[in-house]
Write a protein that binds this ligand. Sequence first.
Ligand code: DAH
Length: 350
Amino acid sequence: MGEDNADELRELGEQLQDASTVLQVQEIRNAWLGRKGIITARLKGVALLPVEERRQAGQQWNSVRLAIETMIDDALARLQNQEEILQLEQERLDMTIPGIEPAVALLHPLTRVRRLVEDVFLRMGFTLSYGPEVESEWYNFEALNIPPNHPARDMQDSFFVDIPNLVLRTHTSPVQIRGMQAAAGQLPVKIIAPGRVYRRDDDPTHTPMFHQIEGLVVDHKISLADLQGTLLAMTKDLLGSDIRTRFRPSYFPFTEPSMEVDVTCAACNGTGCRVCKGTGWVEILGSGMVHPVVLRNGGYDPKQVTGFAFGLGIERLAMRIFELDDLRLLYQNDLEFLSRFSRYTGRPAL
Ligand code: DAH
């Protein structure tokens, strides 16, 4: 490379140094390597040289061109990087600025109540578990000690599906079996299972689709006292520490012994009114000690472990919390009605 090439490269270097934007570098590239560029002209000039000199001059200018390209590419990369950093600086987001609360999209009261209940149990160390809404008869009935022809099947008033052996689940209890199977012998099993359930009912206190939350605890030496303590903690947490709770003996095929839990009616504070049909109490859940057959169907040995279970009606609880006497109001999508409950935080004491 001759002396004049070195001068040219130096000059280019200076131009590139002075360039502060990608655009300027692109202009420089044009001036040197473009169709009418300095180097292009030199390369064209090679063709006019005497034959003996062409080869060497051609090689020389080509390597100058390569060097120039490298310099320009480097400058471009440097500036692009700088411009990116600058852009990022300018577009910096302050993630700590509070968001704008949208005027729409209130949580439905049932969603609110479900989340409150979930929250109570998650704080007690339960984990969430889910099962299908179209369920096999085995999970929905047999596995839960409800044999074919058992009167409980009639009680449940199921929606059967055209495909044999399938029902719309009538309760969330099948998730007890699925949860135990998924735990595969591990202890403790400590799950809650929220979801939709379906029964052929339709009146002011029953809709064909409604929501339950199932709970299941299986471990060594789980007792009825654990069940009662857990449920008392829940009712106090959800409904306030003044709430009175009543445990009533009951019957379910999948628990032994079984009990139902009532809380004082919110509408009349326990004195008796239309909402509680004069009794002062409203039922919110069924529960009991897990039946040995159910433990076995979940893959656990009833001689080694015991468990308790409960099934809570979310609508029932919502009616209790919001003092509703007609459950169907919750399903009419009346925004005025639904938004009445939008500020409810579930902390009656506060
Ligand atoms: N599955 C019952 C129902 O839908 C509710 C229930 C009762 C669930 C007792 C339980 C339980 O887990 O132990 O009526």
